[in-house]
Structure formats: structure tokens, C-alpha cells
Design a protein around this ligand. Structure first.
Ligand SMILES: *[C@@H]1O[C@H](CO)[C@@H](O)[C@H](O)[C@H]1NC(C)=O
Ligand SMILES: *[C@@H]1O[C@H](CO)[C@@H](O)[C@H](O)[C@H]1NC(C)=O
Ligand SMILES: *[C@@H]1O[C@H](CO)[C@@H](O)[C@H](O)[C@H]1NC(C)=O
Ligand SMILES: *[C@@H]1O[C@H](CO)[C@@H](O)[C@H](O)[C@H]1NC(C)=O
Ligand SMILES: *[C@@H]1O[C@H](CO)[C@@H](O)[C@H](O)[C@H]1NC(C)=O
Ligand SMILES: *[C@@H]1O[C@H](CO)[C@@H](O)[C@H](O)[C@H]1NC(C)=O
Ligand SMILES: [Zn+2]
Length: 297
């Protein structure tokens, strides 16, 4: 992959994993999602994104989609915004029941954060100088959180912290279930299927979006309540269902996950990367559209 080598990526991920708490998709996952999204931005959205990107992005949204993970220990208040937990063994999402942080503060979770930063970005057209928000940060947070909410274990059970306390082996390596879904499945796929090149994995997913998933691609873009700019509650419902059906299944504490688990779960991961990329692009296209202006997030 361009820009940074695998060794560097591994070091950064290794460091992040040692820090307790729940992280998003790994760096590769977020990079892939934002790369996919960039390919589907319309002219208005491209122009706005270019204007809002920080200097260190060098014009590439994908390069900075992990930024919220890098600053989350500095911006402590943002830590709870990367995920949402449901009551143990309930495989559904209920926003008023579930959206709170571990201290019980309501509205501190990933679905609320997605509404928050969408609403902030909708003030972009009011002219930047008048905005009371930092829209650069809003763009990076929104792009990151739309990714996170599609990682099934970012909408996992409270008791095991979305799989963080479920210790398993990934092949021979000791890790936890959350990390398997953030990083290991993607890393193993890149290594064994895509000749160690993340770009090849991204291209394979992009081909599917315009081919095998052509019809899905269009339904992914719209919210069931199609007046909405974004619909995080729907994405959260999908994630907890996938967590129950695929992530938690056959992954009890102490188990070893290898070929069977890898082969059956990789397609789920690839589809979630595709969905979040398509939805991020559709959301940014709606936000920055110069024609239609939605009143509310
Ligand atoms: C969601 O949770 C709230 C608060 O616990 C409850 O009042 C409401 O009935 C639940 N909604 C659904 C659809 O289950
Ligand atoms: C909304 O965004 C502001 C500015 O970044 C932040 O202070 C606040 O905690 C955010 N709230 C949520 C729920 O995302
Ligand atoms: C907005 O946030 C970015 C990233 O944290 C920072 O570099 C920039 O200085 C901020 N802009 C303003 C006007 O505060
Ligand atoms: C492409 O789509 C097919 C059919 O849904 C699926 O089996 C395959 O895993 C997908 N590949 C990628 C790279 O997403
Ligand atoms: C969906 O597929 C069509 C047809 O290839 C393509 O034009 C479009 O850009 C794809 N993605 C999105 C997000 O619309
Ligand atoms: C979505 O849009 C279609 C066509 O524009 C309309 O018929 C339908 O009622 C809308 N559904 C919702 C839930 O708003
Ligand atoms: Zn995250």
C-alpha cells in the first residue's frame, strides 16, 4: 500500500492494541473504507472535502481516516463515540436503551456522534467563517465513525466490551475477538489472498460494488426513511445482528480461530467495508449537495 509499509502499520497497530479500550477497524480497514468512498464522491462533495482536509492529509481523505483513533487518548471525551454496546445476548439495537457511555451518560455513543458531525457539516454551506464548529474535525470524525459502526463488534455486548475481553487464538497468536474483527481478518486476507497489497483488496471490493453488488450498492445508499441524510440506527442494527450471527458464533473464550472461521467471516468483513464506503460517499454527497438541502440530519 502506498505511503506506509506493513512494518510501520504493524507497529502502530501493536501499540494501539496494548492500550485498553475499544478501537475501531484497524488502520487498514479505515483506509479501505475511505478509499472506496473517495471513488464515489460527486463534484460538490469532492470540492468540499478537498477544502476541509487538513494539510497533513495531502489531499487524500483515506490518509486521515484513522485520525480519531490517534487522538482519542488526547481528546478523552471522544473515546465513547467509537462504539455502542447492547445488553448481553440481546441481538437487537434500541437507540434510547443503548446509546450511552459506560457511566450511563445518554447520547455518548457512535450513533449520536454520526448525527452530531453530520449536523455540523450541514452548516458548511452557511460559509465556513460563520460556522462555530471545526468542520475539518467534523469531516474526519464522521468518516471514521461511519466506518466504525459497520464493524459488527462495535455494536457488541456490554459484558465482554464488544469482544475485547474474549481472549482467543487467531491461528497461533493470542489476541481478543474484537481485535480479530478490527485487524486480523483483514491482515490475514491481505497477506494470503492479496499478495500483501491492501490496494489489491480494495480493488477487488470496488469491482464487486459495481458488479456483483450493483443492486445492493443502490439500496445501501438510501435510508429506509429516505428523508434522512444518514441513518446510523439502521447500520447499528445490522452490526449487532452480524455480531450474533458471525462474530460471536464459535468464538468462545479460549477457542482457536483458524481457516474455518477466516474463510466464512472474510466475506462478511469485505461486504461491511464496501457498505461503509458506499454509505460514507452517499452521506457526504447529500451533505454537500448544492441542489437539495436537507433540513435536518
Ligand atoms: C427501547 O427502549 C426503551 C427504553 O428502555 C423502551 O421504552 C422502548 O419500548 C424500546 N423500544 C423498542 C422498540 O423495543
Ligand atoms: C459533538 O461534537 C462536539 C465537537 O466535536 C463534541 O464536543 C461533542 O462531544 C460531540 N457529541 C457527540 C455525541 O458526538
Ligand atoms: C481544526 O482542527 C484541526 C485538526 O484538529 C486543527 O489542525 C485546526 O487548527 C483546527 N482549526 C481551527 C480553526 O481551530
Ligand atoms: C464479491 O462478491 C461475491 C458475491 O457476493 C462474494 O462471494 C465475494 O466474497 C466478494 N469478494 C470481495 C472481494 O468482496
Ligand atoms: C454503484 O454502481 C454504479 C454502476 O457501476 C456506479 O456508477 C456507482 O458509482 C456505484 N456506487 C455508488 C456509491 O453509487
Ligand atoms: C421514500 O421515497 C419514495 C419515493 O420518493 C416514497 O414513495 C416513499 O414514501 C418514501 N418513504 C419514506 C419512508 O419516506
Ligand atoms: Zn474508532
Amino acid at each position: 500500500m502506498g505511503g506506509y509499509g506493513l512494518w510501520w502499520t504493524g507497529t502502530v497497530l501493536g501499540f494501539l492494541v496494548l492500550v485498553p479500550g475499544i478501537l475501531g477497524w484497524g488502520k487498514e480497514g479505515h483506509y479501505a473504507i475511505c478509499k472506496i468512498a473517495e471513488g464515489f464522491l460527486n463534484e460538490d462533495a469532492l470540492a468540499a472535502v478537498k477544502e476541509l482536509l487538513p494539510e497533513f492529509a495531502e489531499g487524500d481523505l483515506a490518509a486521515v481516516c484513522s485520525w480519531p483513533d490517534e487522538i482519542r487518548f488526547h481528546y478523552r471525551w471522544s473515546s465513547a463515540l467509537h462504539y455502542v454496546d447492547t445488553p448481553d445476548f440481546l441481538c437487537n439495537y434500541n437507540d434510547s436503551r443503548d446509546c450511552h457511555d459506560s457511566a450511563g451518560h445518554k447520547g455518548r455513543c457512535v450513533t449520536a456522534a454520526i448525527y452530531n458531525y453530520t449536523m455540523q457539516l450541514l452548516t458548511y454551506q452557511d460559509s465556513i467563517s460563520e460556522s462555530k464548529y471545526n468542520l475539518t474535525e467534523a469531516l474526519l470524525f464522521l468518516s471514521h465513525f461511519i466506518g466504525d459502526i459497520h464493524q459488527p463488534l462495535h455494536v457488541g455486548f456490554t459484558g465482554d466490551e464488544g469482544g475485547n475481553t474474549i481472549i482467543v487464538r487467531w491461528y497461533r497468536r493470542k489476541t481478543n475477538l474484537h481485535h480479530v474483527w478490527d485487524n486480523m481478518i483483514i491482515e490475514s486476507a491481505v497477506k494470503t489472498i492479496y499478495s500483501k497489497d491492501l490496494e489489491l483488496m480494495i480493488e477487488a471490493i470496488q469491482r464487486n460494488i459495481t458488479d456483483a453488488w450493483y443492486n445492493d450498492n443502490r439500496s445501501w445508499q438510501i435510508c429506509a426513511n429516505n428523508q434522512s441524510t444518514v441513518c446510523p440506527n439502521e447500520y447499528a442494527s445490522e452490526s449487532i445482528h452480524l455480531a450474533c450471527k458471525f462474530a460471536y458464533r464459535n468464538a468462545t473464550p479460549g477457542s482457536t480461530l483458524d481457516d474455518d472461521y477466516f474463510v466464512s467471516r472474510l466475506p462478511v468483513v469485505e461486504k461491511r467495508l464496501a457498505q461503509s464506503g458506499v454509505r460514507l460517499a452517499a452521506t457526504l454527497n447529500r451533505i454537500f449537495s448544492s441542489e437539495t438541502k436537507f433540513a435536518e440530519a
